[in-house]
Design a protein around this ligand. Structure first.
Ligand SMILES: Cc1cc2nc3c(=O)[nH]c(=O)nc-3n(C[C@H](O)[C@H](O)[C@H](O)COP(=O)(O)O)c2cc1C
Length: 360
């Protein structure tokens, strides 16, 4: 039974003490994550192209989490300006997410190092050893995505300092395996570096579950995309508030000869048109009007600029409204501070419930 009785000023009730103990337990559970990130909470704001810029990133870091700038296709000059603008808004640590296939990856790494960025996330495939070496020699830490246990082990041998395991529930480009399974396959076997979990997480009690399995912290994207400080268009945020988990589906591939990179987002006119576009491209390929390479390019080009259209212009009908299944738990536009406070509160409540269960 919870004791919620009040007590004279200066004395604590059993409920206060239970809460303090649970908070202490949470700090212990994610200590590897907070130590690694240099933050109060081991909660990362996953990089989101067009969304994770100075405002959202600094808001997450200022609220005690760890914001990550999405470099995407930015030039080194643009990234340098974005880092400087973020540093003007926060003195807390934040990271930068670089896509490994960016043609100027080395220059981008140097921009981060010169600006004193402490953590660089390498996304979009197994990173080159040269980039990992350059980051570590420059005094920063490397975070990489591990889509399977063998790759997690390989990345650790290559020198990465931390891993993110991202389940198929996540928004944006996703792998095929759910976080429930990845966590079981990877967490018990990796003790060398902190492992952060991502994909489908919207509540603090879920974070506690993964911490207890051995995770060092959690990365969220979808909930932060809808935050008040996110520059996403109001229509983008409204679409998130309206959507249920089942509306956030991965892009559909019509023909095995023409691969489509799975991207999770809200189903809309654009995703319907993508099917007819693929069917028409296949017809033209079969009729000999397009070579195989041309047809593949036609399919890939369909979504060019579509995320920007949705996020910045608010075209949620034909744009790419990337969102994870956790979108069903986005109920309103909240400040980043409220989102993080809510997550921590839910985590603490979960730990109090667990200790209550143990005692009764
Ligand atoms: C709109 C959107 C854009 C994203 N863009 C990127 C990206 O550019 N690079 C990246 O590594 N991950 C990207 N992600 C994935 C997030 O960083 C994060 O891992 C993911 O959102 C976590 O799952 P959740 O959406 O269920 O919280 C994106 C996610 C969303 C929702």
């Amino acid at each position: 039974m919870k004791d919620t009785s009040t007590s004279p000023a200066g004395t604590s009730t059993p409920a206060d003490r239970a809460r303090a103990a649970a908070r202490h337990e949470l700090d212990r559970l994610w200590a590897a994550g907070t130590d690694f990130l240099g933050t109060e909470y081991a909660i990362l704001g996953g990089a989101m192209s067009w969304v994770s810029e100075r405002h959202l990133v600094s808001a997450i870091s200022n609220a005690g989490g760890f914001g990550v700038i999405a470099c995407g296709a930015m030039s080194p000059e643009l990234l340098e300006a974005e880092i400087a603008a973020t540093q003007a808004l926060t003195t807390k640590p934040f990271g930068v997410n670089l896509i490994t296939m960016h043609p100027q990856l080395e220059d981008l790494v140097q921009v981060c190092l010169r600006a004193g960025v402490g953590h660089i996330v390498l996304a979009g495939g197994i990173p080159p050893s040269s980039a990992i070496r350059a980051i570590r020699e420059g005094g920063a830490r490397v975070i990489a995505f591990a889509p399977a246990l063998v790759l997690a082990k390989r990345l650790i041998r290559m020198g990465v300092d931390a891993l993110v395991i991202e389940g198929a529930e996540a928004g944006g480009h996703v792998g095929p395996v759910s976080l429930t399974v990845l966590a079981q396959e990877i967490l018990p076997h990796i003790t060398e570096v902190p492992v952060f979990v991502a994909g489908g997480i919207a509540r603090g009690d879920a974070i506690v579950g993964f911490l207890e399995q051995g995770a060092a912290g959690a990365q969220l994207g979808t909930r932060f995309a809808a935050a008040a400080e996110s520059i996403a268009h109001p229509r983008f945020k409204e679409a998130f508030i309206r959507a249920n988990a089942r509306d956030a589906l991965t892009s559909v591939q019509l023909d095995p000869r023409f691969p489509v990179i799975p991207v999770r987002g809200l189903v809309n006119d654009g995703s319907q048109r993508f099917l007819t576009h693929q069917a028409e491209t296949l017809r033209r390929f079969q009729a000999g009007e397009l070579s195989k390479d041309e047809a593949q390019l036609e399919i890939e080009h369909f979504w060019a600029g579509a995320l920007r259209r949705a996020v910045i212009d608010g075209d949620v009908d034909t744009g790419s409204v990337m969102a994870g299944q956790s979108v069903g738990m986005v109920r309103s536009v909240q400040s980043v501070e409220d989102i993080i406070a809510e997550l921590v509160d839910q985590a603490v409540e979960a730990l109090i419930r667990r200790s209550d269960r143990r005692e009764h």
